[in-house]
Design a protein around this ligand. Structure first.
Ligand SMILES: NC(=O)c1ccc[n+]([C@@H]2O[C@H](COP(=O)([O-])OP(=O)(O)OC[C@H]3O[C@@H](n4cnc5c(N)ncnc54)[C@H](O)[C@@H]3O)[C@@H](O)[C@H]2O)c1
Ligand SMILES: O=C(O)[C@H](O)COP(=O)(O)O
Length: 523
């Protein structure tokens, strides 16, 4: 088998690859050159220097894996790869310390004007007053993105006696507390922080997360850092904020266009820059090269990729059985994600009966996609869902049991945090997904459209008034299912409705005596 390494990779990784395969190292290829060559390779190993575009993927007729020796895969058309059944895997842990250390280094260098002072003295100037700096101790650092690198930055900044606030929609209060970070919104960070650093992936939701609106909110003299990806901070807005004096300094390792030779950001004395050096340490490069080489060896010798970020391809014959369950798992994830009351730290996905004997990995990915979409929106896909769960410190646990009670196969999703939990279970009837229980309540729902889940006391004069509220507000009920329980017990009613139900109307439903809670689930 043949491996193409199209960006520089440490020898330690190359040696592992060469033990198993024919390895060609060919860096600096244009897209056309890559398109021409890629057809003959089984694996492609890259860093951030290679653009793996749709054209490249389309030409990659033998490719089984794109291995990214590092974290960011924004230079890979992952959707195209997924469609073609090509695994995209990265090496997410090997360079996190280096990237965090670089961020701290940039923060200190910016605070004490070290690059400017260095250039001045080497120009034979001795200007001690010109380079007056500031201490970081006691200053507030806002961290946007508290994954691997953001967390390591937090730990180090805490050692520098900074006050920490952070924003990450996927991090639990508990994890933030462990890091000594006060969770806040982006607006709050903009208003309060003396330094703001971003450590998110570049995705739709994070592109331009710091823009004119946020710069307007910031304190005068705020210092900005980006050692994650160009584009997370809107560069034009940053230029405007530097021109107005709102931003007192910026430290940038990454740019929308690299190299950023035409960027006005290079013209500011108070902007310090490095050429995407976050991962450029001997240690990080050895780590990521070894990690990705092992990943490539595993995949090309028939094993799994530990850090695949898109779903594993499923053989057509297996897909025929799995497809309705994949759909079920995604719908259940969506339902659980909308019914849960609080942040959750653990997702337990249970497979019972016949389904437990199948390759359930695509189902788990689908469940996570459905679930996380409810928190993060359309940016979540089959590709990034597991990585997002992991970076959100959500433990994902799968369990399998051959025994099944009423149905030949059931899938369950349990979201839990401490003592509280939300459980949704379902099955497939014919080819249709069906929800069979919510928590301890038996239900019988073919999930679709908009549904109101109303927990209530099983007694007269509850269901009628609840329907009256909807009727009065012109909301048509197209289906209804009431769980079984003894009279006076608590059970679940599910109402299918034809139109959206506002919070105000849902509140009215909740006011009906006997209704314990009511939630709208939209699929
Ligand atoms: N400069 C470099 O050389 C260098 C080196 C390594 C990594 N990176 C980049 O650093 C970034 C972070 O890497 P990581 O390894 O910590 O990734 P990670 O996946 O561990 O963490 C990213 C965090 O961002 C959070 N996030 C997702 N959407 C968000 C949103 N809308 N708002 C706020 N937070 C959100 C996630 O929940 C997660 O906790 C990536 O962009 C990566 O490519 C750069
Ligand atoms: O996402 C990453 O891992 C970093 O941006 C490092 O990129 P590099 O491997 O091209 O240095």
């Amino acid at each position: 088998m043949k491996v193409l390494v199209s960006d520089s990779l440490s020898n330690e990784g190359l040696e592992i690859l060469k033990e198993h395969f024919t390895v060609d190292v060919n860096t600096g290829l244009s897209e056309d050159e890559l398109v021409e060559k890629i057809g003959e390779y089984d694996a492609l190993v890259i860093r951030s220097g290679t653009q793996v575009t749709q054209r490249v993927i389309e030409a990659a007729d033998n490719l089984k894996i794109v291995g990214r020796a590092g974290v960011g895969v924004d230079n890979v058309d992952v959707d195209a790869a997924t469609k073609k059944g090509i695994i995209v895997a990265n090496a997410p842990e090997g360079n996190m310390i280096s990237a965090a250390e670089h961020t701290i280094g940039m923060m200190m260098a910016m605070s004490r004007n070290i690059p400017q002072a260095n250039a001045s003295l080497k120009g034979r100037e001795w200007k001690r007053n010109k380079f007056m700096g500031v201490e970081v101790k006691g200053k507030t650092l806002g961290i946007i993105g508290l994954g691997r690198i953001g967390s390591e930055v937090a730990k180090r900044a805490s050692g520098l006696e900074m006050n920490l606030m952070g924003y990450d929609p996927f991090i639990s209060e508990k994890r933030a507390m462990e890091l000594g970070v006060k969770l806040a919104t982006v607006n709050e960070i903009s208003k309060e922080a003396d330094y703001i650093t971003v450590h998110t992936p570049l995705i739709k939701e994070t592109r331009n997360i710091l823009d004119d609106e946020q710069f307007d909110l910031m304190k005068s003299g705020v210092r900005i850092l980006n050692c994650a990806r160009g584009g997370i901070i809107n560069e034009a807005a940053l230029v405007r904020a530097l021109e107005s004096g709102k931003v007192g300094g910026a430290a940038l390792d990454v740019f929308v266009e690299e190299p950023p030779f035409g960027s006005p950001l290079l013209n500011f004395d108070n902007v310090i820059v490095t050429p995407h050096l976050g991962a450029s340490t001997q240690e990080a490069q050895v780590n990521v090269a070894i990690d990705i080489a092992k990943e490539v060896v595993s995949v090309l010798t028939g094993g799994l990729a530990k850090n695949a970020i898109n779903i594993p391809s499923v053989k057509p014959e297996a897909m025929a059985v799995l497809a309705p369950y994949i759909r079920l798992a995604e719908l259940m994830g969506k339902i659980a994600g909308q019914l849960v009351d609080s942040n959750y730290e653990k997702v337990e996905i249970g497979y019972n009966g016949e389904i437990s004997g199948k390759d359930t990995r695509p189902l788990t990915v689908s469940a996570l996609k459905g679930l996380l979409e409810m928190a993060l929106g359309a940016g979540v896909n089959y590709v990034n869902a597991p990585a997002l769960a992991k970076s959100r410190q959500i433990a994902v646990v799968e369990s399998k049991s051959e025994s099944a009670e009423e149905y030949s196969s059931t899938v369950s999703i349990k979201l839990s945090s401490g003592e509280t939990a939300k459980l949704v279970a379902g099955t497939v009837v014919g080819d249709e997904p069906k929800i069979v229980s919510i928590d301890e309540d038996r239900v019988d729902i073919f999930p679709a459209g908009r549904m109101i889940f109303a927990k209530h006391i099983n007694k007269p004069n509850v269901i009628g008034p609840c329907c009256m509220v909807l009727g009065k507000n012109n909301i048509n009920i197209s289906g209804m299912q009431v769980g079984r329980s003894e009279v006076g017990g608590v059970t679940m009613m599910v109402l299918n409705v034809d139109t959206d139900v506002s919070d105000a109307i849902l509140d009215e439903v909740r006011q009906v005596p006997g209704i314990l809670n009511a939630k709208l689930v939209t699929l």
